[in-house]
Design a protein around this ligand. Structure first.
Ligand code: PLP
Ligand code: COI
Length: 362
């Protein structure tokens, strides 16, 4: 099964009316406002991928024994569709999400979804929901493709049936309130991923395992948690849902390398390319928490930022580590951080040339 023709269209018979929709789009926040439809494709070992549809968004009924509820065989993606300055709409690097989805599928012993089906499910859902783009600063339609094990069976083995779905959420900023630099808590008791584990897969289990650490960060008065590597408990890896960059006083940047324990972020990859296109030196190398503190103290480190589809580019102002609290630069948004945010947003909104062909217009 492949291509657009394969999708059945069952329009919602109870769409949200235009006034109600407008009210929901005034201040959508992140992940609370959902659109009227969803994409669904089924998989079974005997039929393969089949029964693709865009249908009314509605609760689903599942058997209580399905494998995902017991053994967490689930993966997901996160990508955005943008309203461009010229009035058009586009997906940002959906092909990269499709590839990462299949890398995650292989790691979780799930069937791969043909890339074209992933792309078409996203394109068709966005086209159906074109009235759901919020007109707020940084607004977008956030797509959440996901796949879970749906066979009713309690044995521990890869499921023989799966459900792939895409839901869409009208989003503004990931953060509550005014744009500001965030504070982060360096997790000491918990790690996120060990070598050989599932760190580079985008599977729900990684996020479940990060929640106690994130709760601890909140208790410590911080916005987010940052994880160190599981072996030496020394190297800075990533936040619960974002990659991290460090900026130095010589104008160069560092980001942790893709060692298998961190998520290969598409925003991370985009910033690497934008920075290199601008002649900025960026190194993918290990950076220790001890170095971070020392470099922030000496002024060698001038900025740090987190990045991801949801968080875009977010400055890190303060870090609470094993040896106490330290501030980065002036504690606000650094110059290079702002430059990366502006350059990335300009491409995403179609305001700047797109030399790598990242925008897929709809
Ligand atoms: N790291 C983690 C753990 C994430 O959940 C995300 C978000 O998807 C990222 C990094 C950033 O990835 P991307 O830029 O592809 O959204
Ligand atoms: C994303 O940025 O798409 C994520 O999945 C991260 C999560 C914090 C929302």
């Amino acid at each position: 099964m492949s291509g657009a023709a394969a999708f059945r269209f069952d329009p919602s018979t109870t769409p949200v009316d235009a006034n109600d929709r407008a009210a929901r789009l005034v201040d959508p926040g992140f992940g609370r406002v959902f659109t009227d439809h969803m994409a669904v494709i089924r998989y079974s070992e005997d039929k393969g991928w089949h029964d693709a549809a865009i249908t009314a968004r509605a609760p689903i009924t599942v058997d209580p024994s399905i494998a995902v509820l017991h053994y967490a065989q689930e993966i997901f993606e996160g990508l955005k569709a943008y309203r461009l300055d010229d009035g058009g709409t586009a997906l940002f690097r959906p092909d990269a999400n499709a590839r990462r989805f299949n890398n995650s599928a292989r790691r979780l012993a799930m069937p791969e979804l043909p890339e074209e089906l992933f792309l078409e499910s996203c394109r068709q859902l966005v086209t159906t929901e074109r009235d759901w783009f919020p007109q707020v600063d940084g607004g977008a339609l956030y797509l959440r493709p996901f796949m879970f094990a749906s066979e009713a069976f309690l044995g521990v083995k890869p499921s023989s049936e799966y459900l792939y779905m895409v839901i869409a959420s009208s989003v503004g900023s990931y953060w509550k309130g005014e744009a500001r630099a965030v504070s982060i808590w360096v997790s000491q008791d918990y790690t996120r991923a060990a070598p050989g584990g599932t760190g580079e897969a985008k599977c729900g289990g990684n996020y479940a395992a990060s929640l106690a650490a994130q709760q601890e960060a909140i208790r410590q008065g911080c916005d987010q948690v940052v994880f160190l590597d599981a072996v030496e408990r020394r190297w800075v890896e990533e936040l619960g849902g974002m990659n991290v960059f460090f900026v130095f006083d010589d104008g160069s940047m560092v980001t942790p390398p893709l060692t298998g324990t961190i998520l290969p972020g598409i925003t991370r990859d985009s910033i690497l390319r934008i920075a290199r296109d601008q002649g900025i030196e960026v190194r993918e190398e290990l950076y220790g928490i001890d170095q971070w503190r020392a470099d922030a103290g000496s002024g060698r480190l001038t900025e740090a930022f987190a990045c991801g589809t949801a968080a875009v580019v977010t400055p890190i102002g303060e870090v609470v580590g094993p040896d106490g609290r330290f501030t980065i630069g002036g504690g606000g948004t650094g110059q290079l951080t702002q430059r990366m945010l502006d350059a990335l947003s300009a491409i995403q909104r179609g305001r700047a040339p797109d030399p790598h062909g990242w925008l897929q217009r709809l």
